[in-house]
Each structure stands twice: as structure tokens, then as C-alpha cells.
Design a protein around this ligand. Structure first.
Ligand code: SAH
Length: 335
């Protein structure tokens, strides 16, 4: 087992099973996450325990194959144990550093505007491999990680177990201690998993990639909509927000002439109604020739219509284009 993929409760159970004080789980967490220890021999445990830990676990971190740093953003290409690659992007924002992590190698969701899905899913990442992205960034860039967006390559809710464990591991007080309010998981809308996410004992933020205000259009650009149409997705989001008291973000990537017309904004406002969602307008990052960016004028009009209808709306700042790390641009060129 990779030690970086062990939740604290799993590690406690482990110590209990080998007849040791589960309190040691906290010591291990503190050592590997707070002090950066990379070998069991450095914990000062009795020989017998050290040997047992060495037999049962490994310190498996990815190799950094490439690091592009432009100052406000850094992209890391990481080589995993089996030779697959994962990408992660650090965004240095005014209010702190946020890391965007990947959850799969490739993606099966097939959204028309997204590069990540050009490579079909080859496999899920383990919780340890997602945590490994955080560790690699901290070690390589020396930057602190104050927040995590689970918005890199892959569909997090198509790898629910690992993503759930990842959230628990990075937020553990004794470990990396990333605040649960600073962890956001973004999904294309896999409805049953949104309910599972809402039922977790600890809650984190939820973002939903909406991108269209009606089923016709949404099904055309996001195939997942055929399985889970808009009304079901929004009902699940509403349930999440009632259950957790957290406001859900609806992401809306602005595609010129496709979903950015004034009538789309009116429709979106109607769809949201009085529900307290929060709409984030994302400038499209042109990655191939299929779509165009919306003009600043069209975005402003769209924004105003939402505002006028009482919808809470913001515009996302563009980040990392210079290191090919902007939204939807994550896709390894080497492939
Ligand atoms: N699979 C998850 C998380 C990964 S995508 C999801 O669908 O939410 C993270 C966000 O980037 C999503 O909102 C996605 O729709 C958006 N995105 C994808 N390609 C983009 C592009 N070319 N420009 C801007 N945003 C894009």
C-alpha cells in the first residue's frame, strides 16, 4: 500500500490490527505530512514496528517529468509508477495558492469543448496518487497549498472512492490541514454520486459543470446529460446545499454563439429560480477549432441579465494560459 493514500482512520485500524496503539496513526500523519519524513526508520518506533510498517507500506510519490512555472501559475507533469502521467496546476492567487488536481488518466465523459476527454480514460488515479500531486507541488515549488480544486483531468465522481479518501487525507488536521471550505470537487453531473457526496460525514464544496440552460443544448455538448438531465442535476445540487449549508457553484463556460446568447441567460435565470446557486462564468479556452470564445461584450450582457434576475454571478479570471495550464487545456502533449 502507498502510505500517502491511507486515510487517518484506515491507518488507525491498521495499527489496531497489528496490536499497536492507534494513536500512532496521528504520529505517522504528522511525520509524513507536516515534517516531510520519507522513511519509517525516522519515526523512532520500536524496530519491530518499523519493520512491519516497511513490509506493509511504501512511500510512493510521482516523479516530476516537467515543471513549467510562470509565476502566477505552475504546471507539473507527473510520471506515475506504471509509466502513466498526471497533470496538476498550482494557481497563485491573491488570497492564497490553489492546486487543481487530476483524478484519472484521460476521461470518458466526452464533453465537446474539453481537451481532457480527447484521451479516453486509461485508468483511475488512486487516492495516494492524487495526494502525491499535492506532495510533489509542495516539494518542487516550495509553495504552500491553501486550497484544492478537484478540477483537473478526469471526472471525480467516476472515481468516487479515491476522491472521497483524498478529501479526507488532505483536510486532516494532523496532515496537510487544507480547510474543508477550501476544497472543491467539480463534476459534470453524475447525479447518484452527488447524493453520496452530500451524505459524507464531512462536507466539502461542490461545483457543477452546467454549461447550458436547456437539455437539448446540454446533451449536444455534454453527453452525460442524456443520462442525467438538467432538472435532476439541479435537484441533486439543491439537496446538497440544503444538507450541507454550502452554496453550490454552477460553472458555465462561455462558448461564442453556442450558449452565450441573451436568451440563454434568461433561460438560465429561470432554471435557477430562487435557489441560491452561484454562477461562475468561465471564459472558454480555445483548444481546437470546434468552438470560439465569447466576446467580452457578450459575456457582459450575459452577466447583466443574470444579475438583473437576482442570480449571484462572477466571472472567472483566466489563469495559466502561458504554461498551457488553463481550464480544459490539461492534456499531455507528449501523448
Ligand atoms: N470532470 C469535471 C472536472 C474537470 S473539468 C467536470 O466536468 O466538472 C473542470 C472545468 O473546466 C469544467 O467546468 C469544464 O467544463 C471546464 N472546461 C473544460 N474545457 C474547457 C475549456 N476549453 N475552456 C474553459 N473551461 C473548460
Amino acid at each position: 500500500m502507498n502510505i500517502y493514500g491511507m486515510t487517518q482512520s484506515a491507518l488507525k485500524r491498521y495499527f489496531e490490527e497489528i496490536g499497536e496503539n492507534p494513536f500512532k496513526a496521528g504520529l505517522v500523519y504528522d511525520g509524513i505530512f507536516k515534517r516531510g519524513i520519507g522513511a519509517f526508520s525516522e519515526f523512532g518506533f520500536a524496530d519491530r514496528i518499523t519493520k512491519q510498517l516497511e513490509r506493509d507500506f511504501e512511500f510512493e510519490l510521482p516523479e516530476v517529468a516537467e515543471l513549467l512555472d510562470s509565476g502566477d501559475a505552475a504546471k507539473l507533469l507527473l510520471r506515475l509508477k506504471d509509466g502513466e502521467y498526471a497533470e496538476t496546476v498550482l494557481m497563485r492567487q491573491k488570497f492564497g495558492n490553489v492546486l487543481c488536481v487530476s483524478t484519472q488518466v484521460g476521461c470518458n465523459m466526452g464533453c465537446a469543448f474539453c481537451q481532457s476527454g480527447r484521451l479516453k480514460k486509461r485508468r483511475d488515479l488512486s487516492a495516494g496518487e492524487i495526494v502525491g500531486q499535492v506532495m510533489a507541488v509542495k516539494q518542487k515549488t516550495g509553495s504552500a497549498v491553501g486550497g484544492v480544486s478537484v478540477m483537473g483531468i478526469g471526472e471525480p465522481f467516476d472515481n468516487f472512492g479515491a476522491v472521497k479518501d483524498f478529501c479526507g487525507i488532505v483536510s486532516a488536521d494532523k496532515g496537510l490541514a487544507v480547510g474543508r471550505r477550501h476544497i472543491t470537487v467539480s463534476t459534470c453531473g453524475i447525479v447518484p454520486k452527488i447524493y453520496e457526496y452530500a451524505a459524507l460525514p464531512s462536507s466539502y464544496n461542490l461545483a457543477i459543470s452546467l454549461h447550458a440552460p436547456n437539455d437539448d443544448l446540454r446533451s449536444r455538448i455534454m453527453p452525460i446529460n442524456k443520462a442525467y438531465p438538467l432538472t435532476e442535476v439541479l435537484a441533486a445540487a439543491e439537496h446538497f446545499s440544503e444538507k450541507t449549508g454550502r452554496r453550490v457553484t454552477l460553472e458555465y463556460v462561455m462558448l461564442g454563439g453556442v450558449n452565450d446568447r441573451p436568451e440563454h441567460a434568461e433561460q438560465l435565470a429561470g432554471l435557477i429560480g430562487s435557489r441560491s446557486f452561484y454562477v461562475n462564468l468561465i471564459p472558454y479556452n480555445p483548444t481546437d477549432n470546434c468552438f470560439e470564445k465569447s466576446t467580452p461584450f457578450d459575456i457582459a450582457v450575459f452577466y447583466d441579465i443574470l444579475k438583473r434576475n437576482g442570480v449571484v454571478v462572477t466571472r472567472r479570471r483566466e489563469f495559466g494560459a502561458d504554461v498551457k495550464a488553463a481550464c480544459g487545456q490539461l492534456r499531455a502533449d507528449y501523448l
